[in-house]
Design a protein around this ligand. Structure first.
Ligand SMILES: [Zn+2]
Length: 84
């Protein structure tokens, strides 16, 4: 995951597994300031699966919706031609 130093905005890629469940204090290599990082604050790994999910949903929605759309069109035209 990506962490950003709150003091100098340096970015570091760290392994979330090294933070543990509760997080841990990290030290910036460039300005030596320390801050607490929790595994929940995952900006990169939180957005990537979401983008993947959106892409997957979009392509699958087309496949799912197409037969339904055709059936609906058939139904609608049948209902339109059928006169009671
Ligand atoms: Zn820093």
């Amino acid at each position: 995951m990506l962490i950003v130093c709150p003091s100098c905005a340096s970015e570091y890629m760290i392994d979330p597994g090294r933070l543990g469940a509760e997080g841990r204090t990290v030290r910036c290599a460039s300005c030596k300031s320390t801050w607490f990082v929790t595994p929940e604050v995952e900006e990169t790994s939180a957005s990537e699966p979401q983008a993947f999910f959106t892409w997957l949903a979009k392509s699958q929605t087309e496949k799912i919706i197409e037969p339904y759309r055709q059936a609906l069109a058939k139904q609608t035209s049948a209902a339109g031609t059928k006169k009671p």
